[in-house]
Write a protein that binds this ligand. Sequence first.
Ligand code: FAD
Length: 436
Amino acid sequence: MNTPGVGEAYDCIVVGSGTAGAVIARELTARGQKVLILERGQYLPLKETVWTLASMFNEVPVADKLKDARVYAAGGSSAMYLGVMDEPPIDAYRALGIDLQPAYDAIRQQLPLAEMPDALMSPQSLRMRDAAIAAGYDWKKKLMLIDQSKCSGAYCYDAKWKALTYVDEAVRQGAMLKCGVLAERVLIEDGRAVGVECRIKEGAFRSRTVRFHAGRVVVCAGSLATPLLLRASGLQHVAAGGYFIDPSFTLFGRVPGLRGIDSFCGVMEMTLEEGIVIKDANVHKLPFLMFMLQYMQVPRMFAYPEHLGITVMAHDQVGGGLSADGRYHKPLDAGVFDKLARGEKAAREILDRAGARDIFKAPMFSGGALGTLRVGSDVDARLETSVRDLHVCDGSLIPENGRVAPTLTLLCLATYLAGILTHTRNAHAEAEGVAA
Ligand SMILES: Cc1cc2nc3c(=O)[nH]c(=O)nc-3n(C[C@H](O)[C@H](O)[C@H](O)COP(=O)(O)OP(=O)(O)OC[C@H]3O[C@@H](n4cnc5c(N)ncnc54)[C@H](O)[C@@H]3O)c2cc1C
């Protein structure tokens, strides 16, 4: 059934309730705007069980045989991320006409961003740190978005900041959250975004089309979904510049007698050389068990406390694209394999120093398919597309020369955009007031 649902009109429709969408909805509702959040995933309880992880997990092929992981659920990928933060690439955005510094200053005041003290690091992470330093590497602590008051030394899912808390806050402030709703295209009239057409599933075999209307639309569907949605809305020219995926793999080794505990992953890392990063990958027990099962390493499943994990990540060249049938494709350059090989040598040296034996190299994965859109050609410095009142804010806008773990940058970028959207709405309201 096709219902051209007219319904209520909103000030803003936010498509996707991940990090960026959650911030925008929270900021706009705090300033009195009427916001509708459309989320294709379900509202799942914030618990890390095999069932919740399996029901929200989704993978997209992005290069050769590599897939990129993402989450379909209210709160987006932050529901299962690691909580590891990189400083936002302020200079790279400044060169694009975007000043993230005020947003970053505000976020540092609001959120528990800090390095993990030694007392909260697991024996596995400490062992790896000591080995890396002994090998002469500059193994450094990372900022983590973790409420340390909730930690006692072992991994704690509840302690990690998650976008769902901001979604909940937006709803308390008046936002309407609709889950299980797939945005299929942005409605455009006279060159302006006026709403979103969606598909809502009704049972196993039926679905219906519904339209929601608003003064503006912000697409925050994630780096891989947003270009598809823009193209389906008629913006055929977007996502023509390629993307990067930072291919990565993890080595696991066993240290006989090590008494590891459930560990926060990624608390330390080093840059071996430009474009090669080596990271602590001492994941907590649940994903460790899932990995080992997936890779048919069953005996290791019984030896979690003795395992160390270390990830090698290399920057690939920007390239590839999105084909007309909606598939991402990207050949990996030879240089990235050289970088991975150099990183592997250093990672094995660290494991060896740590006393790890019986090394297992897990298959390569995408370290994050980002930068699918460009500030300058796909959106302007207000993150607005060529269609008026149609904005984008998510991992698609991470610049190639500012590659980072995206969450902190997205918190800043979304705060920046919310400021612009508030300012323009106030300006419109004032202009209308004067006209009246
Ligand atoms: C396992 C894992 C670990 C990670 N660890 C870290 C980390 O430690 N540090 C870090 O900074 N980053 C990490 N990331 C990456 C980070 O979580 C994401 O890059 C970031 O959350 C992206 O935010 P986003 O707002 O762009 O998109 P998402 O968080 O992916 O949100 C997009 C939302 O849009 C919804 N959506 C998509 N299409 C539609 C549609 N058509 N209609 C309606 N809704 C739609 C999705 O369901 C989703 O909820 C990790 C990611 C994964 C998968």
